[in-house]
Design a binder for this molecule. Sequence first.
Ligand SMILES: Cc1ncc(COP(=O)(O)O)c(C=O)c1O
Length: 382
Amino acid sequence: MITSKLPHVGTTIFTRMSQLAAETGALNLSQGFPDFDGPQALRDAVARHIAAGHNQYAPLAGLPALRQQVAAKIARSYGRTVDMDGEVTIAPGATQGIFCAIQTLIRPGDEAIVFDPCYDSYEPSVELAGGRCVHVPLALPDFAIDWQRLADALSPRTRLIVLNSPHNPSGALISRADLDRLAALIRDRDIYLISDEVYEHLVFDGARHASVLAHEELYARAFVVSSFGKTYHVTGWKTGYVVAPPALTAELRKVHQYVSFCGVTPLQWALADYMAEHPEHVEELPAFYQAKRDLFCDLLKDSRFSFQRAPGTYFQLADYSAIRDDLDDVAMAEWLTREHGVATIPVSVFYQEPPKDLRLVRFCFAKREDTLRQAAEKLCAI
Ligand SMILES: Cc1ncc(COP(=O)(O)O)c(C=O)c1O
């Protein structure tokens, strides 16, 4: 028998809940992907570039035309001028970019601090590099950083802190003041950051995303990761990027070179065209998703779920304790899927040690209006 390098990893809850939704015919508000397509012009551009023969390896760092668009967008959104050649790397998915950044940083025995609830790819990536995750729970009910717990978690072995804002699963945002506080905390330490900003454009109610790209001091030690999949409604394209200062980028590319070498060529061409022709897409995204969040939340107002509207992402958490306080959230997610036809994700799976009385499930509202209406009708009937 082979000895597993990841003995704790099984089939993820995302796969399980999507399977259960398919088996039972439930509406799938579990896994985070839209049930509508990305822009027609973007999809047409892929076909055009395949027909034009753009089908061989892209450069290791990514197509220059796409890196140029990423650099231009960063300048517009965050006021930072990045060097597209020395600081921008296109990755086949944000997950791959995060994996490569973790392999770049983590050595055997190193510790990486992650905030729970936490996206599931960080820990296995740290373990494969020979490191260990130290889990720092975010403070409920707002999923804010607990500064005392973070300070207590720092050790001479801490090599990395992973930030994720807007935050999956809670939708919480890190503020500029949080970034300043973090900078002060790690100023004299040899600690790097990975800032997972895949939901950077899904920020609501007039708030602005506080990107590490806009923070001079933190950017100097950071890998900032984003995902075209989230921004352009094409999660299946698995295309993202990593932005980091030149010395960090040079090391990242050594790893990226042997994990995938490059991203998918015609997708990069299509994204470059679309970004050049439609810079307004990212500007319109907050209103587009806020309308979906508000529709879903307005429809759920008369249900027995309780919730605070998500400040960001395309996820809405809901407390179900008034409905089935007897069920833990995994059992609740299963019950909702089987008995009421709506698949969700239990929040406890994002924790190393979930709070005992956690009664939260996560709905993905990146769905067509009719899907959200049907789901809300079923949820209000419970
Ligand atoms: C917080 C977070 N990071 C990274 C990713 C992965 O992005 P990609 O599909 O581009 O690999 C996701 C996708 O769900 C996510 O929620």
